[in-house]
Design a protein around this ligand. Structure first.
Ligand code: GLC
Length: 455
C-alpha cells in the first residue's frame, strides 16, 4: 500500500470515529433515561397500519408489488369510506390486551394521509368519509390513557416530486427510462413537503409521545439521510416535541443521539442488541400474520402462546414489543386480531407484573429448563415463565440462599421451596440448587409464571 492511500485510509477512519462520537443534542445519559422512562416501563404497544391498502386487502405494499400506477390506484381513494370506524373501540381493545401505547400510520408508503394536511388533497378529509381520522384516533386513545405514537412514511409513492428509485412501484433497470421518469421530479420539493407534514403532525395534535419514521435504504438508486435532510428534520422534531421518542430509520446511525431505540422487524433478537459494546434500547415490531395492512386471504396467524412468548422474550432481553393490527376498510379490527388481543389480555390481566417495569434478569440467575426470566429491579422480584409446563419437581440451578418467597403470579398461591441437598440430588444438580414443588396439573393460564421474591 502506498503512503498516500494509507494516510487517506487513516484519515477516513479518524473522521468516522469522530462522527460516531458526534452528538446532535445536549442531553445527558440520565436525561435520556428519564425521557424514555415511560416506554422502558410499559413494554407493550399496538402498531396500527391503516390506509387505502385496506381496500385491496392484499398487503400494504400492493402498489409496489403489483406496480400499480397512480391512475389505477385511484379507485381505492374513491371508494374509501370506513363507516364503522370507532377508535374508542380500538383503544379499549388495545388497553384490554395490556398495551400501554399505540403507533398509527398517519401516512404509509402509498402517500395517503389519515390526517388533514394543508399540503395535499390526498387525505381522508377529501374522501367520502370526509373527516380527519387521526384527530378522532388521538382523542380516543388518549381518553383510554394510552400514549400516542405517529408512524410517518419517509417514502411516498404518490407525491409527484418523489423520485422513482429501486423500491418505487414504477421502478426500472433501464437507466434511460429512469432518467425520463425522474426528469420533472424534484426531491427538494418533496423534502419540503415531508418537513411540512411532520411539522403539522407535531403541532396540530397536542402532545405526541413517539414518532416512528420509515425508512431509509442507502446505496444505489436508494434514499438516505441526505434525501430527507434527516439532521434538520430530527432537530425540528425535538424542538416541537422535546419529550418525544424517535425510532432509528432516519439513517442517522452515525450519531449517538440520532435515534432513541432500534427496531428489529419481524425477527427475534438472539440477545439484547448492542452498539459499540453498549446495550441499546430496542423495540421489535411484529405482525399477527404476515402483512401489516389488512390482508383478507393471509392465513399464517400466530397463536396465543407464540404471541405471549414474543412479548415475554422481548422483555427478557430488555426490549419492547409493538404488535400490529391492520384494520379493515370499514374501520373494524379483523375478527382474528380481535380474538388474539382478547387471549393476550386474559393472560396480561393476571400476569402483567412480569412485564411492566421488567427487564433482563441479573447475570447470576440462569433460566431453568424451558423457561424465560424477567426481573423487576424496583421490587427485586424475579419471574420465571413456564413456557413448557414441567413435572412436579422443578430445579432452580444455583438459586439457593437467594429466595425469600415463591408464588404463582396468577393467583398468589404459595409454591413450596425444598432444598435439594440431602433430598436425593440427581445427576447434574448441585447443593446450591433449590427445588420448587409445583402442582402436577398445569394451572389454567397459557403460560404460568412463578414470582420469586428475592432476598
Ligand atoms: C417496513 C415496511 C412496512 C412496515 C414497516 C413496519 O419497513 O416497509 O410496510 O410499515 O416495515 O416496521
Amino acid at each position: 500500500m502506498n503512503k498516500i492511500v494509507m494516510i487517506a485510509l487513516l484519515l477516513a477512519l479518524f473522521l468516522q470515529e469522530t462522527k460516531a462520537q458526534q452528538k446532535l443534542f445536549e442531553e445527558t445519559e440520565d436525561q435520556k433515561k428519564e425521557r424514555m422512562a415511560w416506554w422502558t416501563n410499559d413494554r407493550f404497544g399496538m402498531f396500527i397500519h391503516w390506509g387505502l391498502y385496506a381496500l385491496p386487502a392484499r398487503h400494504e405494499w400492493v402498489k409496489n408489488q403489483e406496480r400499480i400506477t397512480d391512475e389505477n390506484y385511484q379507485k381505492y381513494f374513491d371508494n374509501f369510506n370506513p363507516d364503522l370506524y370507532n377508535p374508542r373501540e380500538w383503544a379499549k381493545m388495545a388497553k384490554a390486551a395490556g398495551m400501554k401505547y399505540a403507533v398509527i400510520t398517519t401516512k404509509h408508503h402509498e402517500g395517503f394521509c389519515l390526517f388533514d394536511s394543508k399540503f395535499t388533497d390526498y387525505k381522508a378529509t377529501k374522501t367520502q368519509y370526509g373527516k380527519d381520522l387521526l384527530k378522532e384516533w388521538v382523542d380516543a386513545f388518549r381518553a383510554e390513557g394510552l400514549k400516542i405514537g405517529f408512524y410517518y412514511s419517509l417514502i411516498d409513492w404518490h407525491h409527484p416530486d418523489f423520485t422513482v428509485d429501486r423500491v418505487h412501484p414504477q421502478r426500472t433497470d433501464d437507466k434511460v427510462k429512469l432518467a425520463e421518469l425522474n426528469k420533472n421530479r424534484d426531491m427538494g420539493k418533496y423534502r419540503e413537503y415531508l418537513h411540512n407534514q411532520v411539522r403539522e403532525l407535531l403541532t396540530n395534535y397536542g402532545k405526541v409521545d413517539m414518532l416512528w419514521l420509515d425508512y431509509s435504504y442507502p446505496g444505489e438508486n436508494g434514499k438516505d439521510n441526505k434525501d430527507w435532510d434527516s439532521e434538520k428534520l430530527i432537530k425540528m422534531v425535538r424542538q416541537l416535541q422535546p419529550a418525544i421518542l424517535v425510532n432509528d430509520r432516519l439513517d442517522l446511525k452515525d450519531y449517538e443521539d440520532g435515534w432513541d431505540f432500534t427496531t428489529p422487524e419481524q425477527y427475534k433478537v438472539a440477545k439484547w442488541p448492542e452498539v459499540n459494546g453498549k446495550k441499546v434500547s430496542w423495540e421489535t415490531c411484529q405482525t399477527f400474520s404476515g402483512s401489516w395492512g389488512y390482508y383478507r386471504d393471509e392465513h399464517t396467524w400466530k397463536d396465543t402462546k407464540q404471541l405471549l412468548v414474543l412479548l415475554i422474550e422481548s422483555v427478557s432481553k430488555g426490549g419492547n414489543l409493538l404488535l400490529n393490527v391492520g384494520p379493515t376498510a370499514r374501520g373494524t379490527f379483523d375478527q382474528r386480531a380481535e380474538s388474539a388481543l382478547n387471549s393476550m389480555g386474559e393472560w396480561m390481566k393476571l400476569n402483567n407484573r412480569s412485564v411492566y417495569g421488567c427487564t433482563q434478569a441479573p447475570e447470576e440467575f440462569k433460566a431453568p429448563e424451558n423457561s424465560l426470566l424477567t426481573y423487576n429491579p424496583k421490587t427485586n422480584r424475579l419471574y420465571i415463565h413456564l413456557v413448557d409446563y414441567p413435572l412436579q419437581n422443578f430445579n432452580l440451578p444455583d438459586y439457593a440462599g437467594k429466595i425469600k418467597y415463591a408464588q404463582f403470579l396468577h393467583d398468589a398461591s404459595e409454591i413450596r421451596i425444598t432444598a435439594r441437598y440431602g433430598h436425593g440430588m440427581k445427576e447434574g444438580e448441585n447443593p446450591t440448587d433449590i427445588n420448587l414443588s409445583l402442582p402436577v396439573t398445569k394451572p389454567n393460564v397459557e403460560i404460568p409464571v412463578i414470582e420469586l421474591i428475592l432476598k
